[in-house]
Design a protein around this ligand. Structure first.
Ligand code: ADP
Ligand code: MG
Length: 324
């Protein structure tokens, strides 16, 4: 069991950012409206994720730390229409196998909460806990028992930067949720939870940059909806990663959509420069396969060509509509 968890951890838990991603996705699945992420030393010494979501009762808290104990899938049929972000029931036990993890949680109706402390996959302490309804997960000493993995970590500054990028993209995926990110006790950004994508963009990049963003809006039949913001051509970066792609409320890695966005800027940007853009697609769930990669960052889309063409068209329309 512990070995299986360590193997799974190798796939799910690559670095502090993957821990944060899994924990924040759990908070989102729990219906939280505010989520705070605090890390120390790039997340290598400490990661704390707090939410005001549905919480767990004592029994569910114990179950949550077992492998494949997901509350989100009941049978194979559910796999083809996944609406939650998590569904493998692997994240918590995998993280707990390679760190010291403390879970504190309380449901809205319970008069007290419960806590469990797990080290290297073994429960070392548990009992009642005092906290507001919601969940607090603390992960300390990540990879303390897997030195080979730990050796591959970059500097705390770099790891913390990757965590910040992740939290920002998760905040973009859910503009209605207020998300706060703190590194070494310094607040890096805080999205206001207004539901407006542009407010999230402003909270991270600053309001000056947000003013340079043009709205993207396009409906392709009844199966594809494209929304977002794309930068004026005067606003560009040397890094392709400034194009953020969201599909069905999920932050994904999609070279297809990224290329389609860049294609719209063809001849508008100098060589080696990329636009700043946040593009959010809504597709019929059966057209999206999220079960491709354990970290769930890669997805497979049906009707790729049509999607790609529609995205380029939508971005071009945003640029032209603003006489550029
Ligand atoms: P998955 O998200 O794939 O179901 P996880 O290992 O990430 O698996 O979590 C296991 C279970 O623990 C979830 O299905 C959920 O029931 C519960 N859980 C985890 N985090 C939270 C949270 N922040 N709030 C409420 N429940 C949670
Ligand atoms: Mg999960």
């Amino acid at each position: 069991e512990t070995t299986a968890n360590q193997i799974a951890a190798g796939e799910v838990v690559e670095r502090p950012a993957s821990v944060v991603k899994e924990l924040v996705e759990n908070s989102l699945d729990a219906g939280a409206s505010t989520i705070s992420v605090e890390i120390e030393q790039g997340g290598l010494t400490r990661i704390v994720v707090r939410d005001n979501g549905c919480g767990m009762d004592e029994e569910d808290a114990q179950l949550a730390l077992l492998r494949h104990a997901t509350s989100k899938i009941r049978g194979p049929a559910d796999l083809s229409r996944i609406t939650t972000l998590g569904f493998r029931g692997e994240a918590l036990p995998s993280i707990a196998a390679v760190s010291k993890l403390t879970l504190k949680t309380r449901t809205a109706t319970a008069d007290r909460g419960t806590f469990m402390e797990v080290e290297g996959g073994k429960v070392i302490n548990s009992g009642p806990a005092a906290l507001a309804p919601g969940t607090i997960v603390t992960v300390e000493n990540l990879f303390y028992n897997t030195p080979a993995r730990k050796k591959y970590m970059k500097s705390p500054g770099t790891e913390g930067g990757v965590v910040g990028d992740y939290v920002f993209r998760l905040a973009l995926a859910r503009p209605e949720v207020a998300m706060r990110f703190t590194h070494n006790r310094r607040q890096v950004f805080a999205s206001p939870g207004t539901g407006k994508l542009l407010d999230v963009i402003a909270s991270f990049y600053g309001s000056e940059l947000a003013r340079e963003m043009l709205p993207v809006e396009e409906n392709s039949g009844d199966w594809l909806l494209i929304r977002g913001y794309t930068g004026r051509p005067t606003l560009h970066r040397s890094n392709r990663r400034q194009v953020t792609v969201l599909i069905n409320g999920r932050y994904v890695y999609s070279p297809l959509v990224t290329m389609a966005v860049c294609e719209a800027y063809h001849t508008l940007l100098p060589a080696g420069r990329y636009p700043v853009a946040v593009i959010s697609l809504s597709v019929a769930p059966e057209l999206l396969d999220v079960n491709v990669h354990p970290a769930k960052l890669e997805v497979r889309l049906a009707r790729e060509r049509e999607v790609s063409e529609a995205v380029t068209r939508a971005v071009r329309k945003a640029l032209v509509g603003n006489r550029l």
